[in-house]
Design a protein around this ligand. Structure first.
Ligand SMILES: [Zn+2]
Length: 535
């Protein structure tokens, strides 16, 4: 059976055709944007044409504002005329035509490595201090809001595949923790990326989301201040990557209730730093900025794409796979995460084409708004499976077997993170055996976080993210303006698709549901918030 799956995946592949439609033709796919809507409809049409008639859009919640951009121009006027590379930040305003204004350096954090940034009380205090510091000084100015980006020459290779040693290193479990790892609500996380990521491996997804939501609400206080001061525009830069690449997310909120900031642009780090150096030397700097950005819809719904291959003898039981369909907007969202969507759509196509007999129903989920807090997968789980906060469960929870997710770029699958579930380890090792010759072998005893499997994990369902080679995901493409099809390795997607198809097929025909760990408890009552954080 696996050889038939591989034959479809390797000799009749459609992954690059899918990439074309998802990224080149309809990308970027910012949640609720016109590009997202087109891509979601394309996915439904394509699945239907392949004979998967159940493909459908499932709406959820109140996403809020849809936002899209069609052009940007940032010109330095003085002291030298030149063009600066920039991407608008999502959910900020367009400009009213071309605006020209002087530049001021008014960073929220002068040092981009200031560790207070991830402490909500300190962030709130800093925003209050910022208001006192700059009240009356920013009107009609272009505000440089981030500190000067520190540069050092790259010491790590910019593209990377996991070596046998790397994979072996991942086989050791994390040290047991010796103290309470987090408070609830969570009010601070480590600033250092490695420490923060380690913490995120350990804490419930709902608590992480709550922390992100609170951070966004504090940033709204800053935006309200900048609006009141009537700034002309805001410019900032990113700390990711090694320069030349613009990593751009949002400034402002998708929620209909949040304030809408003035035009906010993310500049290429080198161009941004030049502006800061000039201003710090008291050289007058002015820029002309034009941003074409609009809000096509103010109260948009979220839209997941769902499709089923009906099972046979156990058709009420569900094996699910998924990837997020939305992206950021600077590039075309090719590696994040058209790649994952192409893999799971291809796995679905392979199972349908081979007309394999399935005991359980195989379900596909293409999630909306993963980048905005995993909104699509969380809404799906809450609607169909259970509420992670109260742990009130729906009847479908009982018959749900497993969810597999893919969301780490174009890199080849190398294994599966077992999410602390020891019982699945021997099962996964067995299922990876026919793919050892392609480099897939690692059952990593760690938790993955930061993507859609967490929504299922949060209600105690077996749910796993695939381990992939990183390639240039972190150095170049993740949320950047070079997240394009050029950074896709087609062979890697083909291997991942074959493996995903085999994985869900075998999960759909094995005797038992995937073994589960004990259910997590409901979230306890939260501690009261410090006054400065109360809305
Ligand atoms: Zn992603």
């Amino acid at each position: 059976m696996v050889s038939r799956i591989k034959d479809q995946a390797f000799n009749h592949s459609r992954v690059m055709e899918y990439m074309h439609h998802l990224a080149d033709e309809n990308g970027p796919r910012l949640a609720a944007s016109p590009g997202y809507q087109r891509a979601a409809q394309w996915a439904v049409d394509t699945l239907s044409k392949d004979g998967i008639e159940s493909a459908r859009i499932e709406k959820f919640g109140d996403f809020g504002r849809s936002w899209t951009w069609s052009g940007i121009s940032v010109q330095m006027i003085e002291p030298q005329a030149t063009t600066l590379n920039a991407v608008p930040l999502a959910w900020s305003s367009g400009t009213d035509g071309l605006i020209t204004a002087p530049v001021v350096f008014a960073p929220l954090w002068e040092n981009p490595r200031d560790t207070a940034q991830t402490d909500l009380v300190k962030l709130a205090e800093r925003i209050d201090a910022y208001k006192n510091q700059y009240a009356g000084k920013l009107k009609d100015k272009i505000v440089l809001l981030s500190g000067k980006r520190p540069f050092k020459l790259p010491s790590e290779p910019e593209t990377q595949r996991w070596s046998a040693d790397d994979l072996n290193g991942m086989m050791s479990a994390r040290d047991p923790r010796t103290e309470d790892l987090y408070e609830w609500p969570l009010l601070k996380v480590p600033f250092k990326t490695a420490d923060r990521w380690l913490m995120y491996e350990m804490i419930p997804a709902e608590i992480q989301s709550d922390y992100s939501d609170r951070t966004a609400r504090l940033m709204n206080r800053l935006i309200e201040f900048l609006n009141k001061e009537q700034v002309a525009a805001v410019a900032m830069t990113n700390t990711e990557g090694n320069g030349a690449v613009i990593f751009a997310e949002s400034f402002g909120s998708n929620l209909a209730s949040g304030p809408i900031p003035a035009a906010a642009v993310q500049l290429m780090p080198e161009h941004y730093n030049r502006l800061v150096r000039l201003v710090q030397r008291k050289v007058p700097v002015s820029l002309s900025i034009k941003v074409d950005a609009t809000f096509p819809e103010l109260n948009a719904k979220g839209k997941n794409v769902i499709a089923d291959l009906p099972g046979g003898s156990k058709r009420r039981e569900v094996v699910m796979m998924g990837a997020h369909l939305d992206s950021w907007h600077g590039g075309t969202g090719a590696t994040d995460n058209a790649a994952g969507v192409a893999v799971v759509m291809e796995a679905m196509r392979i199972l349908k084409t081979l007309d394999l007999e399935l005991d359980r129903t195989v379900r596909l989920g293409l999630w909306d708004a993963e980048e905005v807090g995993h909104l699509g997968s969380r809404a799906y789980v809450k609607e169909h499976l259970g509420d992670p906060r109260t742990m009130k469960l729906k009847s479908a929870h009982e018959t749900f077997s497993v969810y597999f997710n893919i969301d780490t770029g174009s890199g080849k699958t190398r294994g599966i993170l077992t999410q602390g579930n020891d019982m699945v380890k021997p099962i996964f090792i067995e299922l990876m055996k026919p793919f050892e010759e392609h480099g897939i072998s690692a059952a990593v005893p760690r938790n993955d976080w930061g993507t859609d499997h967490q929504a299922f994990d949060a209600v105690g369902l077996p749910s796993f993210n695939l381990l992939q080679d990183q390639l240039d995901y972190w150095s170049h493409t993740h949320h950047s303006n070079v997240d394009t099809v050029d950074h896709i390795v087609p062979q890697d997607l083909m291997v991942s698709a074959a493996f995903m198809a085999s994985l869900v097929y075998h999960a759909a025909i094995r005797d038992e549901l995937m073994p589960r760990e004990p259910l997590p408890p409901p979230l306890p009552k939260p501690q009261p918030l410090p006054e400065i954080l109360q809305d």
